[in-house]
Design a protein. Structure first.
Length: 231
């Protein structure tokens, strides 16, 4: 399948959130979510649409007899009452109508999203992951409004005679901007630079530096680069 096709991504994301994507197809989609920003964004969009739709339906507390029937259906060892039993309660018509409304509305939303241009969605989270040549994770960065929370992986074999420095390269600019020294183990928080803006960042990079950081204000030896991921 062509997972670069946005219409296909939207259809799979909708089925995943609705729960109709099952078996190996669902597992494959979950693996794709780990590596594809577009797939994560499409899934997030559908979660928002359907959560808003579900929240518009007024909840109703089932009666004790309804709970009894549900319990009997879950536990096959319990006798299930005959349909002629006066205690059996048939589902109320308005409950089925509500579920029918949700299914119909979900289908309409799917058609609108697939066949019409989508408005930009504001990302809810910004992260970055640096890996080595063997795809081992080294540093994970979680960005909020004020700070960069950086966690060093236990796979990192750090040099004690050097420091690792984080840089950002802005679009249209050649000069990297230092964001601070990275931790060699554990977690460290760095104050976010005022110029740190997701839409302006072209690349993040890590350089190997003397203890204390770059003596020139520029990267001495660039080791790793990665892109900022928007969720």
């Amino acid at each position: 399948m062509n997972y670069d096709n946005q219409k296909l991504i939207d259809m799979l994301a909708a089925e995943y959130v609705l729960g109709t994507l099952t078996g190996s197809a669902r597992k494959r989609f979950q693996r794709l979510m780990l590596t594809s920003t577009r797939i994560r964004e499409a899934t997030w969009i559908w979660e928002q649409h359907l959560n808003n739709l579900a929240s518009s339906i007024q909840s109703e507390q089932p009666s004790d007899k309804v709970w009894q029937i549900i319990s009997q259906r879950i536990d096959a060892s319990k006798p299930i009452q005959s349909s002629t039993d006066s205690n059996v309660i048939k589902p109320k018509a308005h409950i089925w109508k509500a579920w029918s409304l949700i299914a119909t509305a979900a289908s309409i939303i799917l058609a609108v999203i697939i066949w019409q241009p989508q408005a930009p969605v504001q990302p809810t989270q910004q992260i970055a992951l640096f890996k080595d040549a063997t795809e081992q994770p080294l540093w994970f960065i979680d960005i909020d409004e004020q700070n960069l929370s950086i966690k060093a992986s236990d796979k990192l074999v750090a040099r004690n005679d050097k420091d690792y420095q984080l840089w950002m390269i802005l679009k249209g600019q050649d000069t990297p901007i230092s964001l601070g020294i990275l931790p060699k183990d554990g977690v460290k928080s760095l104050l976010k630079d005022s110029r740190f803006s997701a839409q302006d960042i072209a690349l993040l990079a890590i350089s190997l530096e003397p203890i204390g950081g770059s003596p020139t204000g520029l990267p001495t030896e660039v080791l790793y680069t990665t892109e900022l991921i928007l969720l």
